[in-house]
Design a protein around this ligand. Structure first.
Ligand SMILES: [Zn+2]
Ligand SMILES: [Zn+2]
Length: 336
């Protein structure tokens, strides 16, 4: 079958791999859509931590079931998957936190993913389509990251939530903060992204960190209180260190974005606010269900996100262009 392999940073090769044989507890998928996200771009650039090559990318998937023994699922039906393959036995799994399993294997990151015609997955990872189409199914995973961040932060209606970074993950975070009833403030350094938040996501407040004094603007908007929740979706070290000061006393600071370095902040600033600091990794089935609900009831409009479309055969050529900010990629969607 046709397969696209990232052989080394900056290099893709189309190859021919054999069809895998299905064992008990596994489902064979015929892949139909692959969404491209920051992880894939970083893997291609060679900047993704702990990434090994060669690797078949692709974790935001929509597929049709080719063969399964999973009760409740039948061949031909369309599904998405939860691509965080977990052990089920570790301390995190036993606590229901399969998203941060000690043995976690993310499909398309730690193990080969869906950039090919057929893929074998553990049957426990299947998610019913519930009436969603293929494009929408492939968007569930990236949105679930945002839904998980908002659930981690325990956002409540009416509170001020500042989301730092308006890339694809930040947009998902903003959507679920808005749906929860929070007053959302988008912070980014690119005016076009902030414009997108206003026009397409109905985010009422935006601050351009390249032009404006973020602390002063936040203080003005919140009547001096500052946001009770600040969520980093930049994965940028200086942005993460800086954003600490944007937080209200008693507030929560959630790191959805990830970077390679060490975070540094003033202990007195941390202490006087009695800050709750947390990370938010991946998502769980509960978050996937929440996203599907939001897509079904129109709270999230999927076509907002898909800015680029290509066929599988065109990925190798198109991919480098998706790295260029000028192309304003939010979500590139591959049809197989
Ligand atoms: Zn992704
Ligand atoms: Zn585990």
């Amino acid at each position: 079958m046709k397969t696209l392999i990232c052989t080394t940073p900056g290099q893709f090769t189309y190859g021919d791999t054999s069809l895998p044989e299905r064992k008990q507890g596994e489902t064979l998928l015929r892949i139909r859509r692959v969404g491209i996200c920051g992880t894939d771009l970083h893997a291609y650039e060679g900047t993704q931590p702990f990434f090994q090559y060669p690797r078949i990318l692709g974790h935001e998937l929509a597929a049709e079931i080719a063969a399964t023994d999973e009760p409740g699922f039948t061949a031909g039906e369309s599904v998405t998957i939860i691509p965080y393959f977990h052990c089920g036995n570790c301390v995190a799994c036993k606590a229901g936190k399969t998203n941060c399993c000690t043995q976690l294997k993310v499909c398309g990151v730690h193990v080969d993913g869906g950039m090919r015609e057929y893929l074998l997955v553990p049957s426990y990872s299947l998610v019913k389509n519930r009436g969603l189409g293929l494009d929408e199914l492939a968007l569930v995973e990236p949105l679930a990251i945002g839904a998980h961040g908002i659930r981690r932060a325990q956002v409540t209606p009416g509170e001020w939530v500042a989301v730092i970074g308006a890339g694809p993950i930040g947009l998902g975070v903003m959507e679920f903060a808005r749906i929860t009833g929070a007053k959302v403030i988008a912070v980014d350094v690119q005016e076009s992204r902030l414009q997108f938040c206003k026009e397409r996501l109905q985010i009422p407040f935006t601050i351009n960190a390249a032009k404006e004094n973020v602390s002063a603007q936040l203080a003005q908007l919140t009547n001096g209180d500052m946001p009770t929740v600040v969520i980093d979706a930049t994965g940028n070290l200086s942005a993460i260190n800086e954003s600490f000061r944007y937080l209200a006393h008693g507030g929560r600071y959630v790191l959805v974005g990830l970077q390679k370095g060490e975070i540094r902040f003033s202990h007195p600033e941390f202490h006087q606010r009695e800050v709750t600091l947390m990370s938010s990794r991946n998502a769980t089935r509960e978050d996937f269900d929440r996203v599907i609900d939001a897509l079904l009831n129109g709270q999230v409009l999927p076509l907002t996100y898909i800015t680029h479309r290509v066929l599988f055969e065109e990925v190798q050529e198109a991919f480098p262009g998706w790295l260029l900010p000028a192309n304003k990629v939010i979500k590139a969607m591959v049809t197989i």
